[in-house]
Design a binder for this molecule. Structure first.
Ligand SMILES: NC(=O)c1ccc[n+]([C@@H]2O[C@H](COP(=O)([O-])OP(=O)(O)OC[C@H]3O[C@@H](n4cnc5c(N)ncnc54)[C@H](OP(=O)(O)O)[C@@H]3O)[C@@H](O)[C@H]2O)c1
Length: 289
């Protein structure tokens, strides 16, 4: 079947995905910007999707409230955060279900915290809706998972890529003067795109509800990342180690390692080790300069 894909969200992940699907794979792909369609305008979205229902057999939702400059913004604008991360995607997945359109939702693994285990897709989030200390952003992501009954949710964390894009984890680390040394799972965006291609080509079902963690095995702490960056001659002379409490953030942050067993077993995806992925990204960043 010819894949006709609609991407929602013209941001960091959405743009990367559009370029891969359109220009490298020659898919019939459309991306919709906010100027054309505000996803929170539910009646307009419903009218537009109803009209276009036969034009798309996949919707990949890369939109959401991500917070600028960071997720603290969710504490200032909780209604908007819930609207964009919970209610809007719930309405879109419901329309996909009604129209038989496969639905892929890019979400986040920031609904867990702690190091007592590698969190699987079956673990109840401990930094989500029911946590007393979680951020509004994390709660809104968990609320979507609880409310939806359709489509594949791909949980990513701390995405990084082959450019010094301002949304990339590697760029953020390079620019921040104050660093916190925590181990966290991360997502290499080019491999996330490989995975989406694998899903599209492999005929995986994106109608029944499912959740998959898309992160790399071998999660590294910040100090290990710094060491690798220094090997690639990328460093910030003002780097300083601090405690999270010193940063005066409004919202707490999730720090955790996520399991990749389901990604490997059920989705048969050959996922890179995090260190290999970081080195690949840095090699490509430098070769682009
Ligand atoms: N980046 C991260 O660190 C990170 C980490 C874990 C998970 N994720 C998740 O991955 C997904 C993609 O993230 P990203 O980094 O690509 O985010 P992003 O760069 O902030 O992109 C989000 C996009 O959503 C669009 N959008 C927001 N509200 C809209 C509305 N009402 N109507 C139409 N478009 C709207 C934004 O449009 P405008 O450009 O017009 O604002 C933006 O293009 C999100 O669900 C995010 O939570 C991201």
């Amino acid at each position: 079947m010819n894949k006709k894909i609609l991407i929602l969200g013209h941001g960091y992940v959405g743009d990367y995905l559009y370029n891969r699907l359109k220009y490298l794979l020659n898919y019939d792909v459309t991306i919709v910007k906010r100027e054309f369609l505000d996803y929170t305008d539910s009646s307009k979205v419903e009218r537009w999707l109803t009209e276009k229902r036969d034009h798309f057999n996949y919707i990949i939702n890369c939109s959401g409230f991500t917070g600028r400059p960071n997720v603290d913004e969710g504490e200032k604008k909780p209604e908007l955060c819930y609207e964009l991360n919970t209610f809007t995607p719930l309405r879109i997945s419901t329309l996909c279900k009604a129209y038989g359109i496969d639905y892929i939702h890019i979400s986040s693994g920031c609904i867990y915290t702690g190091y007592e285990k590698q969190f699987t897709e079956e673990d109840a989030p401990n930094f989500g809706l029911f946590s007393k200390v979680s951020s509004t952003y994390s709660k809104s992501k968990h609320a979507y998972e609880l409310g939806c009954d359709y489509g594949l949710i791909i949980r990513v964390r701390m995405p990084f890529c082959d450019q010094l894009h301002d949304r990339s984890y590697l760029t953020k680390i390079l620019k921040y003067n104050n660093l916190i040394n925590q181990v966290n799972s991360k997502t290499y965006v080019p491999q996330l795109l490989d995975f989406i291609e694998h899903i599209l080509k492999g005929g995986y079902n994106c109608r029944e509800k499912d959740i998959v963690n898309f992160v790399h095995p071998g999660a590294l702490a910040t100090d290990k990342i710094i060491k690798i960056m220094k090997r690639f001659n990328l460093e910030n002379p003002d780097w300083e180690w601090v405690q999270f409490e010193d940063l005066n953030c409004t919202a707490n942050r999730s720090n955790c390692v996520m399991s990749v067993e389901k990604l490997k077993q059920k989705y048969e995806f050959d996922i890179m080790d995090e260190e290999v992925a970081i080195e690949a990204a840095l090699t490509n960043i430098l070769s682009d300069e």
